[in-house]
Design a protein. Structure first.
Length: 557
């Protein structure tokens, strides 16, 4: 059939078919080129992903190697990454070159606030950013088990001075408790403003005395308690801190830093730490001068308290019989019966400290304490003022890799409340004048880190001197430690303890899970023992604790 015999529509259809075929052929050629180019791009990207995966794997191996070797190690750089108030705080801080944080990714020589910089790559910093500051959530969740062979009635913390005697009913029963109260929550804020570096720190636990009385019956509710709330600003060699912090009398592991990871308050599970350790958390202001990277000097003024015993099982004094003097307990002198901060104080406590850190293996410090006490005698219309104080010499030394020797030693007259309130600061004479009470405490021990284990052992001791006085009648004994004094007026309190902390797993971005155990043997001996009465008493305590620690670390500033 010839083309001339086709109808016009048929001819047009044939022509369209031929033109479409040619176009499809050209399109196939174009698609083939594009597919080939796409395959080449995918291959190049896959190569880059393989290289990145290899780099990440190598970094992860280095992180795991470092973390497994130092679950409790403390170094001057630890203040960059340790996050809570129990040491060892895990995960430990690796060098900045091994953690893909903001600071590690800044161009070489970059300056300014790391919290104002962007970051590249797929890594997510283990902290939060808000405006131009970095925020690090801090804390951990604890499940604590404690067993005592005597019913001391002191919750999960030991009241060192009130161990029941063997002839007391409380000594015939043991106690077992589960508790989440040592869990903590808070935050840390860091930033740079021009040439200032500032840190804000906040921390709560749940060991409040305001916990409902029904908590063991129908509701395990516990109440938050403020532990730390302070701000620190540093410019060059000068540093200023204000707020509620650990007292500067607390021994340091590094410098005179107020960060919990730079302090020594032992590795124990006991929330009241060690007998013989000077410590308190209280409001104050401190100024530090960093003479060099190896020498730091500090001066602190802190909240005062005229204390005569009665806190945490601490021994109380015997006051004169005169009503004008016996009534000052709880009103002018703190025996813990007058409520929160109800007693007068004439001046703040003043603390000075000098710390030497020649290298990461050696820390040595000296501290001094000055205090003033004042009361009013309404019977004679006269004041009595007396000064007190004390001093401390502490050291934290790495003898060999992973093994540290700890020695902390405090002695003074009028500084008893810093020994966890186990000694009174002053006694009152029959004429209404004050006299300071001498007391001292020390903690000696070893801490050994081996792979994902931390082992520790300590010996602590508190010694309280006697202040035997006579009342106005010249016959009745008053003061502290006199013949016939109550057996609660202790001469010495001793503690032997050892334990472990095992890191089950940890990661700087996922947190850590730790299993801990502690055995504690406590002894106390009074100044006076009545005929036929026990010369002393002791108890045995066992702790186990499971802890999940929140992830996080700060960038390098």
């Amino acid at each position: 059939m010839s083309l001339t015999r086709w109808s016009p529509p048929a001819a047009l259809l044939l022509l369209s078919f031929c033109a479409g075929t040619e176009l499809l052929g050209a399109a196939d050629d174009n698609y083939s080129d594009e597919i080939a180019a796409l395959k080449a791009q995918i291959a190049a990207q896959q190569k880059r992903l393989d290289e990145l995966q290899l780099s990440i794997t190598n970094q992860q191996k280095l992180l795991e190697k470092l973390a497994s070797g130092a679950p409790g190690s403390i170094s001057p750089g630890s203040r960059l990454g340790q996050v809570t108030s129990l040491t060892p705080v895990v995960p430990s801080t690796p060098p900045a070159s091994m953690v893909p944080t903001v600071a590690a990714q800044l161009p070489k020589g970059a300056a300014g606030n790391p919290c104002e910089q962007g970051y590249e790559g797929n890594s997510v910093p283990p902290y939060l950013r808000l405006g131009n500051v970095c925020i690090q959530p801090v804390g951990f969740m604890d499940f604590t088990t404690v067993w005592r062979d005597k019913d001391a009635g002191s919750s999960i913390g030991s009241n060192f001075g009130s161990i029941p005697y063997n002839n007391a009913p409380a000594s015939k029963l043991s106690e077992l408790r589960f508790s989440p109260q040592n869990s903590r929550v808070g935050f840390r804020i860091d930033g740079n403003l021009r040439d200032l570096h500032f840190i804000g720190y906040n921390e709560f636990d749940f060991l409040s005395s305001a916990t409902p009385t029904s908590s063991g019956v129908s509701n395990g509710a516990v109440v938050p308690r403020l532990r730390l709330f302070w701000v620190d600003v540093r410019k060059g060699k000068l540093e200023l801190l204000a707020g509620q912090s650990w007292s500067m009398m607390v021994p340091n592991r590094s410098g005179i830093s107020a960060l919990p990871s730079d302090l020594f308050y032992s590795q124990v599970i006991d929330v009241n730490y060690m007998a013989g350790l000077p410590w308190t958390r209280q409001p104050g202001i401190r100024v530090l001068y960093h003479a060099s990277n190896k020498v730091t000097m500090g001066l602190s003024i802190e909240n005062p308290d005229q204390y005569i015993g009665g806190s945490a099982g601490g021994s109380g004094i015997t006051l004169p019989a005169a009503s004008s003097l016996s009534s000052i307990a709880g009103s002018e002198l703190d025996n813990t019966s007058g409520g929160f901060l109800s007693t007068p104080n004439v001046a703040p406590d003043v603390i000075g400290k000098v710390a030497f850190d020649p290298n990461s293996r050696v820390h040595v410090e000296m501290a001094g304490l000055a205090r003033t006490f004042k009361i009013w005698n309404s019977a004679t219309n006269s004041y009595s003022t007396v000064a007190g104080g004390g001093g401390a010499l502490n050291a934290n030394l790495e003898l060999v890799k992973g093994l540290r020797l700890v020695t902390n030693n405090f002695y003074g007259s009028g500084g008893g409340r810093y020994l966890f309130g186990q000694a009174p600061d002053v006694v009152v004479k029959a004429d209404g004048s004050l006299k300071t009470v001498a007391a001292g405490g020390f903690v000696e021990g070893l801490e050994w880190v081996r792979k994902n284990w931390l082992w520790y052992g300590y010996y602590g001791n508190i010694y309280i001197d006697r202040e035997a006085l006579l009342d106005a009648n010249g016959k009745t004994a008053i003061g502290y430690g006199f013949s016939g004094s109550p057996n609660s007026q202790n001469r010495s309190i001793q503690e032997f303890t050892f334990g472990f902390n095992q890191s089950l797993w940890r990661d700087v971005r996922y947190g850590a899970l730790n299993f801990m155990g502690q055995y504690e043997y406590l002894m106390r001996n009074p100044w006076y023992v009545a005929p036929g009465s026990p010369k002393g008493t002791h108890d045995n305590t066992v702790y186990f604790n499971l802890r999940y620690t929140l992830p996080g670390t700060m960038p390098r500033f």
